[in-house]
Design a protein around this ligand. Structure first.
Ligand SMILES: [Zn+2]
Ligand SMILES: [Zn+2]
Length: 268
């Protein structure tokens, strides 16, 4: 089983609306500099009949996957970068028929109550399946388990994912407000962990207090020298570690961590 990286930046992508930083301007000037929003595909291989499950439906989903190859979608929580791509499976998009979507009870409630998501159910484009903390699903060759994570001030709760392949366990948790003892334990339990790297430090944006995330510096400090291979995803356009030639990226790599890149694959 493989875990393929489909994107590595925060919900609003690169370029980021109304931002004129050089990362965003370069992305406007040349599409090769654009970066897709964080999500992953679980797959056996690239064959059409291979198992293929998506984690998080991003606003970039139409660039990231081919809908006709998909067995199901796991949604971590109800924010821009994680749920809005579901709309592309509706009648304005590829008009799926009963695509299995795995959600917590609170996310189910949110989808069932709110248009335009509710329309996906009315039109039978998606079929919601319960996937709450501790529940798992057999993926024919691997297993995925829901692990509750901390992301307060939302209308939905937040799930991270422990993916157990025949060889390795990979923990995926792209977007949280804070570490908890349980989520740190999941990182320790895994062979590979791909975790929230939204910000490098707390001074990076003016409104950090409104949108807190564990900063990369803190995460590296907490997990330094652990046996788990740890990678960051969901980087904000402001995060200097997003630039492959920055001093901050060099520090990440020298300390034994990494930043995932679109197209990278992990064999589990
Ligand atoms: Zn996010
Ligand atoms: Zn920017």
């Amino acid at each position: 089983m493989k875990v393929e990286i489909l994107g590595n930046v925060q919900d609003a992508g690169v370029p980021h609306l109304e931002c004129s930083c050089d990362v965003c301007e370069a992305a406007r000037e040349d599409p090769r500099n654009q970066k897709h929003v964080a999500s992953v595909m679980l797959k056996e291989n690239s064959d059409k009949d291979s198992v293929r499950y998506l984690i998080d439906a991003t606003p970039d989903v139409r660039y990231q996957i081919r809908g006709d190859y998909l067995d199901g979608v796991f949604i971590s929580h109800g924010q821009l970068g994680h749920i809005t791509g579901l709309l592309d499976f509706g009648e304005e998009g590829c008009d799926k028929n009963s695509l299995p979507v795995y959600v917590t009870d609170k996310t189910r409630d949110f989808i069932e109550r709110n248009d335009p998501y509710r329309l996906l159910i009315d039109k039978n484009n998606i079929e919601l399946n319960d996937f709450n903390d501790g529940e798992s699903l057999d993926l024919q060759g691997a297993e995925i388990e829901a692990r509750e994570a901390e992301h307060s001030r939302l209308n939905t709760d937040t799930t991270s994912f422990m993916i157990k392949g025949p060889e390795k366990k990979l923990f995926y948790m792209s977007d949280i407000h804070a570490w908890t003892d349980d989520t740190l334990k999941s990182v320790k339990e895994a062979d590979i962990a791909i975790v929230d790297g939204t910000f490098w430090n707390e001074e990076e944006i003016d409104r950090y207090e409104e949108v807190p995330h564990p900063v990369m510096k803190e995460t590296m400090h907490k997990t330094e020298d652990w046996d788990t291979e740890i990678y960051f995803t969901h980087l904000n356009h402001t995060n200097p570690a997003l630039r492959s030639d920055s001093d901050e990226r060099q520090e990440v790599e020298e300390r034994g961590f990494g930043v995932v890149e679109q197209g990278q694959e992990f064999e589990i």
